[in-house]
Ligand binder design. Structure first.
Ligand code: NDP
Length: 273
């Protein structure tokens, strides 16, 4: 017999009252995700490395009635991340949602790139994801107070922004593609560690190009970059921030309780043709 609760359907996208920690909150996608959580009634804890930018963001969010706070931390440094988690727990008592949206790229041909530059990208896009995910998972498990076989989604939600470049190589991208591919495999493996036993869902969103200060130039219909994209964009345009938030809320709410270890396409169909 099908047992579908009306109240579940009516509330399945709710993140109201949840505590969401957002890394890379000062970036384009981090800010959009954080704002979406705030508009949806979550308490939002913002982090990045630049305290001044975070303070500005908190002021902007508070002016809109969003409950939020910040702590500056480098996600690639273990001691920073441990201090960050203490700060979130001191402020809001727990972490329900982790949204990882920090990242960095410096395209360079492998023949010219230094090992130090390659390692920096790997730290920014892969190692730091591991460190944040590890310590937040430990906090989420602690919150369960020893319970195991927790229903899926009830232990927490982890959402990582990787990239469509996790699935395709590109000239100058031996650092970026490798780190993003690594992050996709990381969420798959972390899902195996965390989902059945602790009810923590771990997923990734893989975007192509979203409008931001840095990508605005790609939206010029006259540019070769835009025209090349359009040869492989079934949806017929590049992405706006509003195209992103559906996934953010979906993967952070009960609507996605049966989805884990998934690297979710958010590309307008870029990979299908
Ligand atoms: P932005 O450049 O707008 O923001 C990047 C964020 O990451 C900032 O908050 C920045 O804050 C932080 N950051 C920058 N460098 C580092 C570093 N070395 N170590 C740790 N944190 C760093 O990026 P987007 O918002 O556009 O992108 C967010 C994520 O989405 C990234 O992982 C990116 O690769 C991915 N992505 C974005 C796409 C797009 O079209 N925008 C497409 C595909 C993937 P601070 O410097 O203060 O720490």
């Amino acid at each position: 017999m099908v047992d579908l609760q009306k109240s579940f359907v009516q509330n399945m996208y709710s993140v109201e009252g949840k505590v969401a920690l957002v890394t890379g909150a000062t970036g384009a996608l981090g800010k959009v995700g954080a704002k979406a959580y705030g508009y949806a009634g979550a308490k939002v804890f913002l982090t990045g490395r630049n305290a001044g930018k975070l303070q500005e963001l908190v002021d902007e969010f508070k002016a809109e009635g969003i409950e939020c706070d910040f702590f500056a931390a480098d996600p690639a440094k273990e001691e920073d991340v441990q201090a960050l988690i203490k700060a979130v727990v001191a402020k809001y008592g727990r972490i329900d949602i982790l949204f990882i949206a920090h990242g960095f790229n410096k395209p360079q041909n492998i023949l010219e790139q230094s090992v130090a530059d390659w390692s920096y990208i790997m730290d920014a896009d892969c190692k730091s994801v591991y460190i944040v995910m590890k310590y937040v998972s430990m906090q989420m498990v602690e919150q369960l107070g020893g319970a195991e076989n927790v229903p899926s989604g009830q232990g927490g939600k982890i959402v990582v922004v990787t990239s469509q470049r996790s699935k395709r190589g590109m000239a100058g991208y031996t650092g970026y593609c490798t780190s993003k591919g690594g992050a996709d495999m990381m969420i798959a493996s972390a899902a195996c560690d965390l989902s059945a036993k602790y009810g923590i869902n771990v997923n990734a969103i893989c975007p192509t190009v979203f409008r931001s200060e840095l990508t605005e130039w790609m939206f010029d219909p006259e540019s070769a970059v835009y025209q090349n994209f359009m040869k492989r964009e079934p949806i017929g345009r590049l992405a706006e921030p509003s195209d992103f938030v559906g996934y953010v809320i979906f993967l952070s709410s009960n609507a996605s309780n049966y989805i884990t270890g998934a690297a979710c396409d958010c590309s307008g169909g870029y990979l299908v043709c």
